[in-house]
Design a protein around this ligand. Sequence first.
Ligand code: CMP
Length: 228
Amino acid sequence: MPINDNEKVLIGKFVQRLPIFKNLSDDNLKQIINEFSLAKFSQGDSIFYQTDESTDLYLILQGSVRACLQNEEGQELVLTHFREGDFFGEMSLLDGRPRSATMIAQDEATLAVLKRNKFLNTLKTEPMIAIDMLSALVQRLRKADEMIESLAFLDVKERLVKYLLEIAASEGKAVDDGTIKVKKLTHKELASRTGASREAITKVLKVLIFNKAIKDDGNYFHILKASP
Ligand code: CMP
């Protein structure tokens, strides 16, 4: 979708804040903003699939998306979530190889899209982008190491507790009874976020609820601030 002037201003606002473009000269910044197009997705839409041959870079202007791996039975492992202001698609952008993961819109999402050749042209004149991109990639690698560590060394209960405490810290709301409430997730969603089977999550949740480490009020999980 080509962009109008208002959308250009919006894209400019986000591009300027992106760590990978923070060292761009004003001229190159203006130029690259003009190269973006817009794409809109509804909740649940796939933006692209793992092994697709596309190589565009995406910047989230509104909404959130998840990067995941899926097996033939439809089981899903969520690698990460990206939110407003984040970028993704840098792996195929950089090496020109197929997509490493499937990307799904978590809710309605508006994305700014940059073609690989436009990015590479800018990279040639502004090599600092490469350093800033490396730093962003290393941050993602560190988080991926953390995930490998959890999958290798923690059992399902420990992984679930770790995940619940993480979302309690990042998006939870404190409640008067000393718990933190987070929007309830289905057992399938919890399974895909912790690399466990749905059945294993069901068993572990039952134990956590029985031990009063978590309360399920139908819409929210209430999580004890201390480790459940
Ligand atoms: P790309 O391979 O082009 O398309 C899928 C995208 O998902 C990938 O680029 C990254 O932007 C993102 N991605 C893949 N694996 C991970 C990961 N382990 N951590 C964070 N982001 C990832």
